[in-house]
Design a protein around this ligand. Structure first.
Ligand SMILES: Nc1ncnc2c1ncn2[C@@H]1O[C@H](COP(=O)(O)OP(=O)(O)O)[C@@H](O)[C@H]1O
Ligand SMILES: [Mg+2]
Length: 388
């Protein structure tokens, strides 16, 4: 008997490891894992909170079969609740997986809104860690609450451990992309300093010396050398400014893909609205492209928050050989977008168009009342050799 259970447990852990490894998209991996865990343990509902490493706030990273009451994004913003609070206080230890009365559901439970809660009231919370580092919480519950057995809880904490590894691995990949970029900037700064700036300094010195030795009526030569000296000094000034700029402005956001992912997490944490980020291609974009595309995406999300009343957002970044495209799609209430650029748009949309133009691209808004909204910006990339 015990033997078969162990084999069962192992095959469950195996299935979950496979699910977690199937995609690099953590959100997707967690969604699938939740579905699998609830099915295997014959539960009905689950959701995962993760701590956003940038803001240290919770955001909803995955959800399966939420009751209608919790499907309302407002109720799933990363605000305080019993389980996140216990987790923060460190009371939610791995051994102490406990049944918690859900403070998010409580208002609806008290009003007896069973349609909205589907009878849910309690959940089990499994803390997610990587080594000593707290990462988040997995909450699980069944239709009519039953206490999970000791074996189930033990299995769940092992699953929690697997999830912790997956989340941490994705974070490390993100971090190393940021670091690689910081390193690249330092390398370029050093190169400008070591080669260009030193070369220009030497040229300027030579010209200066030559000028001092020019005697007699060599007016023309003097004039030319004088001009050369001015140019060398100008360029030297430019090189110094570039070095300074590269060194003093740290790559705060990291490469665009990572920056968009972080932006999405922050948005979810504040609004409770899931943002799925899909990235394809991994070419390097010029810095101005990254800046403008990031700002456009961020303004689009600001509009989703302010106007859309959406429950789902998808953000895509496609980098191809010759062009790049970013889209932000929401399933909100939509609006009558004017096809004529510049017409009837607010400052936000005008600003987005302006930014798209700055990188030689354009911005499209597809929207209609009741149909959600898609903002698309696409731009041709400069030839590989001439990229800034
Ligand atoms: N995602 C969206 N969903 C619904 N309506 C939107 C969305 N984005 C923009 N809008 C509509 O377009 C208008 C113009 O947007 P914008 O230029 O950003 O100005 P603002 O946000 O300051 O109103 C908004 O007032 C809103 O009515
Ligand atoms: Mg706006």
């Amino acid at each position: 008997m015990a033997q078969t259970r162990r084999t069962d447990d192992l095959s469950i852990l195996n299935a979950i490891a496979e699910e977690l490894n199937r995609t690099v998209d953590v959100g997707e991996a967690l969604d699938r894992t939740l579905a699998l865990v609830t099915e295997l343990l014959r539960l009905s509902t689950g959701w995962i909170w993760l701590l956003d490493p940038d803001t240290d706030r919770f955001y909803k990273a995955a959800a399966h079969n939420l009751p209608p009451y919790l499907q309302d994004p407002v109720r799933m913003a990363g605000s305080w609740c019993t389980c996140t609070e216990e987790f923060r206080d460190g009371d939610l230890a791995a051994k102490n997986i406990d049944v918690i009365e859900c403070s998010r559901l409580k208002p609806a439970v008290e009003k007896n809104l069973t349609d909205l809660t589907q009878g849910l009231r309690f959940h089990a919370s499994i803390p997610l860690h990587f080594q000593d580092k707290p990462l988040g919480i997995m909450n699980l519950t069944g239709p009519s609450w039953r206490r999970l057995t000791k074996d189930e809880l033990r299995l769940l904490s092992m699953i929690g451990y697997q999830i912790g590894i997956t989340v941490e691995r994705a974070r490390l990949a993100e971090e190393s992309a940021r670091l690689a970029r910081a390193e690249e900037r330092t390398r370029i700064a050093r190169e400008i300093h070591d080669t260009l700036a030193q070369g220009l300094t030497a040229i300027a010195l030579q010209i200066e010396a030559a000028l001092q030795r020019l005697e007699g009526p060599a007016v023309e030569a003097r004039e030319r050398l004088g001009r050369a000296l001015d140019i060398a000094r100008d360029n030297l000034e430019d090189a110094r400014r570039s070095v300074l700029a590269l060194r003093s402005s740290p790559p705060a956001r990291g490469p665009l893909g990572e920056a968009l992912t972080a932006l999405a997490r922050g948005f979810t944490s504040e609004t409770g609205v899931r943002v799925r980020v899909r990235r394809s291609g991994n070419g390097v974009l010029p810095a101005t492209f990254e800046d403008e595309l990031f700002r456009i995406a961020s303004e689009s999300l600001a509009n989703v928050r302010k106007h859309a009343r959406a429950t789902e957002v998808v953000m895509t970044l496609q980098v191809r050989l010759r062009d790049v495209r970013v889209t932000v799609t929401d399933n909100g209430r939509g609006f009558q977008a004017d096809p004529a650029p510049g017409n009837a748009a607010g400052q936000g949309i005008l600003g987005m168009r302006e930014r798209a133009r700055l990188i030689g691209g354009d911005l499209r808004i597809d929207s209609a009342p009741g149909k959600g909204t898609t903002v698309t910006v696409s731009a041709k990339l400069p030839e590989a050799g001439s990229r800034a």
